[in-house]
Design a protein around this ligand. Structure first.
Ligand code: SF4
Ligand code: SF4
Length: 257
């Protein structure tokens, strides 16, 4: 049996900023409203999301006999300005960086396991929330208390049993009195209530990343040519990271603006 504390210690040594271990059983529809999102057609033409739905919900279908999902967080610098290229795309290709650290972690722990970073049918952010590393914000990204959503994520799905499993952050109740990201989106892409969901057909990033599509009338890019950070820039958990004078634990209740 692996020590969860030891996993975290080694994860920090190989370069991650945080690490949690989740029990590998199925995510609930409440934790990950994938089926609801697909039923609304809010995935646009991302047909790959219609495939492997059961596997996306349950990592034991990805790795038979899986017992644990080791979830890791790597933070990155917030953008120093809005517009142009989204923050995540301004650095070295993150899949490569995160995977290198996951391979190093797996080797140091001496375990077998599948290394995942956005490229296999498992939702990095929902597993990170299950592993207690943050919650799914209304902008549909993982929000960590310390780095906001300026984070990259990756996992090792393993058949190893771990000594202790993290508590899930559960739902995004923490966002219920805020809604700044919803208001900041120029295209109304984010659901204002219910489970956090995005209509990708109304999101700038859908048209400017991966498989660029012609921009339809009514979609405002606000100067972004690759991706978009507007909903993230509106989040108090991110603003504390871009405004040095606000470097404090943000309390939505006590914020003045
Ligand atoms: S990335 Fe931009 S367009 Fe997409 S949901 Fe956020 S604010 Fe809206
Ligand atoms: S802006 Fe507010 S509602 Fe949106 S993710 Fe951040 S805290 Fe939650």
């Amino acid at each position: 049996m692996l020590s969860s504390a030891e996993i975290r210690r080694v994860a920090l040594e190989v370069g991650f900023d945080d690490c949690g271990v989740a029990r590998a059983d199925a995510l609930t529809d409440g934790e990950y409203p994938l089926r609801q999102w697909l039923a609304k057609g809010w995935h646009g033409d991302l047909q790959y999301m219609e495939r492997n739905v059961d596997m996306r919900m349950d990592p034991r279908l990805l790795v038979p006999g899986a017992r644990s999902v080791i979830c890791c967080v790597s933070s990155y610098d917030p953008p120093d300005s809005a517009g142009g290229v989204a923050a995540y795309a301004r650095r070295r290709e993150y899949h490569q960086v995160v995977k290198e650290m996951l391979f190093a972690l797996r080797e140091r722990l001496g375990i077998d396991g599948k290394v995942c970073c956005d490229t296999v049918p498992i939702s990095d952010k929902h597993w990170a929330a299950r592993a207690g590393l943050g919650w799914i914000g209304r902008h549909t990204l993982l929000v960590t208390p310390r780095w906001g959503s300026w984070v990259n994520l990756g996992e090792i799905v393993t058949t190893e049993e771990c000594s202790e499993y993290s508590e899930s952050y559960g739902s995004s109740d923490i966002c219920s009195s805020c809604g700044r990201c919803v208001a900041a989106c120029p295209n109304g892409a984010l659901a204002p209530e219910g489970p956090p969901m995005m209509d990708v057909r109304r999101c700038t990033a859908y048209y400017t990343t991966h498989n660029p599509r012609p921009l339809p009338p009514g979609i405002e890019t606000r100067g972004y040519t690759l991706g978009c950070d507007l909903c993230q820039l509106a989040c108090p958990y991110n603003r504390k990271n871009i405004l040095p004078e606000k470097k404090k634990v943000v309390s939505l209740q006590h914020e003045n603006n």
